[in-house]
Design a protein around this ligand. Structure first.
Ligand code: F6R
Length: 600
């Protein structure tokens, strides 16, 4: 997805813009550009491809104010002309989002004599601001934005004036010492400041070196709060790991520990959340829950369904956010949106739809102050720290951690879990971070299994009940980073169609930890073995039976059946990682994918 940076201060802007853009590379992009004002004119440089290509052509630029952008093509091909910034007269603009009425505006502007050189919707914005500009940039930006339908986060440069604005696309202002910053994502500016102000929808900021002034769309000044970001720069760097993904896989014990910290008392068998505005008494009135999410967060939500239904008896529907908009929500339902970034456009749109039915809402997210957190009744933070690799790993574990706690809290409130079982489960959940570390210590043997299957064209992942969402997540991880076609299936479904695809060339990875459906999964393993598929099983360390049915075995530490998905998924993440490595794939930035998907 596109990235925005802006700088106004006492240092040369260009190196800061380039450095900040590089910190957004993980989000995926196809071209980049910067615009810097040198006291006389705005100089614009852009290039197709990596930021290093842009760096090759950059001259020495002395200006101390500028904007920069990494573009992920939506309107128009990924080339130099379509790259941002776009200019009109003395105005330069960078933009994230989509201008829905751009064709109409473009026709109007062409009629007024403006000449378009790109295929982008953003160029419309540059011409519109120019059209309205009469010595006051804020006035011109407000007038231009009033004509726009769609989503935007923008930074506009005009001489020594720098203005930012947003609607439905994230933007933060970084507060420095005699220098201030604009960024679409916090990691871009973490090296320079940890003080940030989140811009809300339909707000603007005028950014000078000494002061940032905030306005609403009527140009009335507004007060904003400064937030202190508690991540450090190291959290957003690779720290000696070859890839962010591998680093983040290794950070999972810490991430889960942070998710649980201060929220559980295993001695008393209680769970508490800082900001959850739902009392135990109110839980008993929840008729049903809708969990809404996309991708990996959806897979976490699907495990959430099994957990809530098993532990609290409350019926749960899990909805893919982009489909939920067109479904009907039951008034009175509790809506739980799961989003690592808190910015996913589909999830946000579904949340807004659910709210029109009067649903109460909870967000499970990793980003404090993100758009979704500002639109829900309460937010539960995952506390994973920044996740840079496009493939979600540590945030998935922490999403699961929150879901376990919430399902247990609901189960206790509804009197469905005995105090003893609650205490036992809380003791077991607290052991999971250490058990994940044991799996990580054994990664060399997982690597060998991954290397054996890395040349396959198709791989199946199977599991039942609590392990079914993990099969889906294992398949998603593998396909997105290794580009191997992978399918996750409820093991019992194979015989209803996909078994036709099973052969000696389709390895099957079976999640076969001990539990209610263990025997059935073993039968499913026999079914695929009968079709000559090589099978790798993930099984409990104490399982003495399964070895005889499979070709490869990866053992995970023993735990309660409902908790074992948090262990099995770590194995599957490592399999994906090592398979992708053998295949020489760009693991942290898979093709066509972006870290936070802010378009619908
Ligand atoms: C896959 C992945 C995506 C995200 C999805 C939702 O590894 O990361 O599938 O899970 O785009 O993103 P969030 O959680 O930010 O809403």
């Amino acid at each position: 997805m596109c990235g925005i940076v802006g700088y106004n201060g006492h240092r040369r802007a260009a190196p800061i813009l380039i450095d900040s853009l590089k910190r957004l590379e993980y989000r995926g992009y196809d071209s980049s550009g910067i615009a810097v004002y040198d006291g006389k004119a705005i100089e614009v440089w852009k290039e197709k491809g990596k930021i290093s290509e842009l760096e090759k052509i950059l001259p020495d630029m002395p200006g101390t104010i500028g904007i920069g952008h990494t573009r992920w093509a939506t309107h128009g091909r990924p080339n130099k002309v379509n790259a941002h910034p776009h200019t009109s007269g003395g105005i330069a603009v960078v933009h994230n989002g989509i201008i829905e009425n751009y064709q109409e505006l473009r026709d109007k502007l062409v009629g007024s004599g403006f000449v378009f050189i790109s295929e982008t919707d953003t160029e419309v914005l540059a011409h519109l601001v120019n059209h309205y500009y009469k010595n006051d940039l804020i006035d011109a930006v407000i007038s231009a934005l009033n004509e726009i339908k769609g989503s935007y986060a923008i930074a506009v440069l005009c001489g020594s004036q720098l203005v930012a604005a947003r609607k439905d696309s994230p933007l933060v202002i970084g507060i420095g010492n005699e220098e201030n910053f604009i960024a679409s994502d916090i990691p871009a500016i973490l090296k320079y400041t940890r003080k940030v102000i989140f811009l809300d929808d339909l707000e603007l900021a005028s950014v000078s070196p000494d002061v940032v002034t905030f306005f609403n769309m009527k140009k009335e000044p507004i007060d904003k709060t400064i937030n202190q970001i508690d991540w450090n720069l190291e959290a957003a760097e690779r720290s000696g790991y070859e890839h962010f993904m591998l680093k983040e896989i290794h950070e999972q014990p810490r991430s889960l520990h942070e998710t649980l910290a201060g929220r559980i008392s295993e001695l008393e068998g209680t769970i508490s959340f800082e900001n959850l505005n739902i009392t135990e008494a109110q839980v008993t009135d929840i008729p049903r829950i809708s969990i809404i999410a996309c991708g990996t967060s959806y897979n976490a939500g699907l495990l959430g369904k099994y957990l809530f239904e098993h532990l609290s008896g409350i019926h749960v529907d899990v909805e893919i956010a982009s489909e939920f908009r067109y479904a009907h929500s039951a008034p009175g339902s509790l809506v739980i949106v799961i989003s690592q970034s808190g910015e996913t456009a589909d999830t946000l749109a579904a949340l807004r739809e659910a709210k029109t039915f009067g649903c109460r809402s909870i967000a499970i997210t990793n980003v404090m102050g993100s758009t979704i957190t500002r639109e829900v009744d309460s937010s539960i933070y995952m506390r994973s720290g920044p996740e840079i690799g496009v493939a979600a790993t540590k945030t998935f574990i922490s999403q699961l951690g929150v879901l376990y706690l919430l399902a247990l809290y609901f189960g206790k409130s509804k009197g469905k879990i005995s105090s003893d079982r609650m205490k036992r489960l809380l003791v077991s959940i607290k052991q999971i971070p250490a058990q994940i570390t044991l799996i990580l210590n054994d990664k060399e043997q997982i690597k060998k299994h991954a290397e054996k299957i890395a040349a396959s064209n198709d791989i199946f992942f199977i599991g039942r009940t609590f392990n079914y969402p993990i099969a889906l997540e294992g398949a998603l991880k593998l396909k997105e980073i290794s580009y191997i076609h992978a399918e996750g299936y409820a093991a019992g479904e194979l015989k209803h169609g996909p078994l036709a695809l099973i052969s000696k060339n389709t390895p099957v990875i079976a999640i076969a930890t001990k539990g209610l459906t263990y025997d059935k999964v073993v039968n499913n393993i026999k079914e695929v073995k009968a079709r000559e598929a090589p099978v790798i099983a993930i099984a409990d360390e104490k399982d003495n039976e399964i070895e005889r049915y499979v070709d490869g075995l990866i053992r995970v530490p023993s735990t309660d059946e409902i908790l074992s998905p948090m262990l099995s998924i770590v194995v599957l993440q490592l399999i994906s990682y090592y398979a992708a490595k053998v295949r020489n794939c760009p693991i942290d930035q898979p093709r066509n994918l972006a870290k936070s998907v802010t378009v619908e």
